[in-house]
Ligand binder design. Sequence first.
Ligand code: SF4
Ligand code: SF4
Length: 85
Amino acid sequence: MPVRGWIEVNQIYCKGCELCIAECPQQVLSLDMDHLTPKGYHPVHLVKDGCTGCAICAIVCPEAALTVFRETPLRATPLRTAAGA
Ligand code: SF4
Ligand code: SF4
């Protein structure tokens, strides 16, 4: 199962510079042309599935406007030990 990630965009800090869009290896980011930030910029947003949570977007963002989340699969745990019981 592919790793799933997602982002949150701080609307106060994002200035729509598109650096994160250019660097996203999955090409899942775009500017949200339907919204403006309080400062009057179109903020970035996720436009499709495929984010892996790699955090490259957050690293390149000059405004530290992005928080990246990554889903971690639950680790399988044995119901009983090899010793029995
Ligand atoms: S999140 Fe950061 S890198 Fe992306 S458009 Fe906004 S300011 Fe630029
Ligand atoms: S975490 Fe990685 S895949 Fe997800 S939007 Fe950011 S750069 Fe793209």
